[in-house]
Every structure is written in structure tokens, then in C-alpha cells.
Design a protein around this ligand. Structure first.
Ligand code: BTN
Length: 344
């Protein structure tokens, strides 16, 4: 697996400029530290500019120098790596401009033995998918779409727990970054002000048990405007920009979410499934509410008496009975539109 995204850039040159925090770096020093002959420097500076970096030529005290005045809004692997403070997520990064689905790329890499924590990022997906064969709209440069190769100790038993851990991880990461409350819609849609901000898609990889892996794909709307969503999802989708009025650096959002995902995944691997369910439940906020849920082709209504992303839902039905529906059979839960409290 190779790190991708900007392999044509002279990274030692970039790092030397970055280390000066916007201050000037003399030409000579840049050449020395980047191992470049003097005549190659202008060409390498131009490549950085073509990649979106703002590099200014300056002459402090009459000496030729350059300074880095701005970073591109691009998800280059080396930019992610510099900002990321995780211990194992993102140790390998594959960043591509465009792909069908990052989940497919991650599955392919997992099948070829990519280590746990390998991160696949794309600026744009042409066939991004969500749960239940829905599409995930991923236009270039506005949101985040990425997938992680994960190798839990027992992959087959971990899928449901990972769904919950991923939803909690994404939600906590965004809440910490923005200070805004979020909710979860069964089982793992992440909502801000009742509209969909992010979604997670966990998929198992069919390979030899010894190599078994899960892929967790996350789509997160960051800088989309309300008008940029396609008509079909315009009323139910939202972005951080729409909700908070702030255009964000997508790398900051990505790193905050990855840190939180790592924390919750590590808890899962330490056997803290109850803590994950306990963190998920209040975000889901359906306890005690009247809902309609779908089990296969059947719809049922009732009041939620118990709720867990792992074991499922216990419903008190209108006839006075109780029905328990296992998590894997619940395909949809919605507040009951006839209920004055829940239909908000
Ligand atoms: C959902 O809301 O139903 C889940 C959406 C998951 C979308 C992400 S974007 C990155 C990864 N690649 C995909 O094709 N899907 C997931």
C-alpha cells in the first residue's frame, strides 16, 4: 500500500517551510534541508503552489527566502499525518482524488493484508453507498468520506458492536469539536438539529478467518451549503456549515473524528460493550417514546421500554403486550408521526 495524494511533491521542502510557522526560510537553507540543487528550487516551489499551498517569495534583510502563507483545502495523506494524534489509526493512509467507494478500496486493501487502522480517503466518490442500498452523495472538496480497515479480535461477533462504537465515536468527535449536541437515529445515522449530518457503514470482508477484517466507512457533511444537496435529500440532509455557519478545515474535522473513533474502538476491544451501549442510548433518545419500527416487511408501533444497539428493542404495544425485536432484525425506527411528543 502506498501513500498517495501528492507523490510528486518534495515533502522535505514542504516540512521545512511548515516548521517555520509562516516565517521566512532562506533559499540556501531550503535547498540544504530538502537536498535540492539551487536550480531545482523554483520548480519545486511551483509544484507546491500547484498543489494549493500559498508560498510567497520574500526578501527579509535583502536575502532571498520563501514563506508558507497558506495550506490547501485538500485531504493529502501527509497533511493528515502531520495533524493526527492517534496511536494506530491512520498509520497507513491512502488518499485519492476520486474513487467509486472508499469502502471498496479499503476492502481491497484489507484483502491484501493492509494493517488495522489503514485509512482510505477520497475527495470525491462516484458510487458512495449507504445502508440499505442508499446512495451517499460525495461531491468533491466539501465533505469527508473515508474508510478504515479494522481487525477486531472476533470480527464476526464485532460488527454490531462496531456499528454502535463507530456512531458514538463520530458523534462524540463532532460534539467535542463543535460544542453542539447531536443525536443518533437507529442504528447509526448522526443528526444535528434533526437532520442527517453523517452516516457510518460497517462491512465485513470475506477472506480467510485468520485475515478477517471489518471496514468502517464514514461520510460526513462539512462545508456543503443547503443548495448543494441533491433535491431528493435536500430536506433531510445538513452539514456543519449549514448548522453552525462556520466553514471548517476538513482536516481538523477528520482528525477530531479519527481520535474519537480510536478511543471508542479501543474500548470495544477492551470488552467495554456495556459502556458503548450506555453512551449510544442517550444519544438515540428513543427510550419511553412512541415509535414505528420495521422488522422485515412488517411495521409495528409501540412505546420503547428498552433499547440497545446490541440486543435490540423492547416495545410496549398498543394492545398491552410486549414485543422484543432483535437488533439485527430492526431495519428502521422512526418517531411515531401520530404521537404529539415524538413527532418532532
Ligand atoms: C448511511 O448513512 O447509510 C451510511 C453512509 C456511509 C457513507 C460512507 S462515505 C465513505 C464510505 N464509502 C462508502 O461508499 N460509504 C461510506
Amino acid at each position: 500500500m502506498t501513500e498517495d495524494g501528492a507523490p510528486w511533491l518534495c515533502l522535505p521542502l514542504l516540512e521545512c517551510l511548515v516548521a517555520a510557522h509562516g516565517g521566512p526560510v532562506e533559499r540556501e537553507r531550503l535547498c540544504r534541508e530538502a537536498g535540492l540543487p539551487g536550480e531545482d528550487l523554483p520548480g519545486e516551489i511551483d509544484r507546491l503552489r500547484d498543489a494549493g499551498y500559498v508560498v510567497e517569495r520574500v526578501h527579509p534583510h535583502g536575502v532571498a527566502a520563501y514563506r508558507l502563507a497558506g495550506f490547501p483545502d485538500r485531504l493529502y495523506g501527509h497533511e493528515v499525518r502531520r495533524r493526527l494524534s492517534t496511536s494506530w489509526i491512520g498509520r497507513r493512509i491512502l488518499s485519492v482524488a476520486v474513487c467509486g467507494s472508499t469502502n471498496d478500496l479499503a476492502r481491497e486493501l484489507a484483502g491484501r493484508g493492509a494493517p488495522a487502522g489503514s485509512l482510505v480517503l477520497a475527495e470525491e466518490q462516484t458510487a458512495g453507498r449507504g445502508r440499505g442500498r442508499r446512495r451517499w452523495h460525495s461531491p468533491p472538496g466539501l465533505g469527508l468520506c473515508f474508510s478504515l480497515v479494522l481487525r477486531p479480535r472476533s470480527p464476526l461477533r464485532s460488527a454490531a458492536l462496531l456499528q454502535a462504537a463507530a456512531a458514538v465515536g463520530v458523534a462524540h468527535g463532532i460534539m467535542k469539536l463543535t460544542g453542539r449536541p447531536l443525536t443518533l437515529r437507529w442504528p447509526n445515522d448522526v443528526l444535528m438539529n434533526g437532520k442527517k449530518l453523517a452516516g457510518t457503514l460497517v462491512e465485513a470482508i470475506d477472506v480467510e478467518p485468520a485475515e478477517a477484517a471489518l471496514v468502517a466507512g464514514i461520510g460526513l457533511n462539512v462545508n456543503q451549503t443547503a443548495e448543494s444537496f441533491p433535491f431528493e435529500i435536500a430536506t433531510e440532509a445538513t452539514s456543519l456549515l449549514v448548522e453552525t455557519g462556520l466553514r471548517r478545515n476538513r482536516l481538523d474535522v477528520l482528525c477530531a473524528v479519527l481520535c474519537s473513533l480510536e478511543e471508542w474502538y479501543d474500548r470495544m476491544e477492551r470488552g467495554e460493550s456495556a459502556a458503548i451501549a450506555d453512551a449510544w442510548r442517550p444519544l438515540c433518545c428513543l427510550l419511553g417514546r412512541r415509535v414505528r419500527l420495521r422488522r422485515g416487511d412488517r411495521e409495528m408501533a409501540g412505546v420503547v421500554k428498552e433499547l440497545s444497539p446490541l440486543t435490540g428493542i423492547l416495545l410496549a404495544t398498543p394492545g398491552g403486550g410486549e414485543v422484543r425485536v432483535a437488533a439485527e432484525h430492526v431495519s428502521l425506527v422512526r418517531p411515531d408521526p401520530d404521537d404529539p411528543v415524538t413527532a418532532k
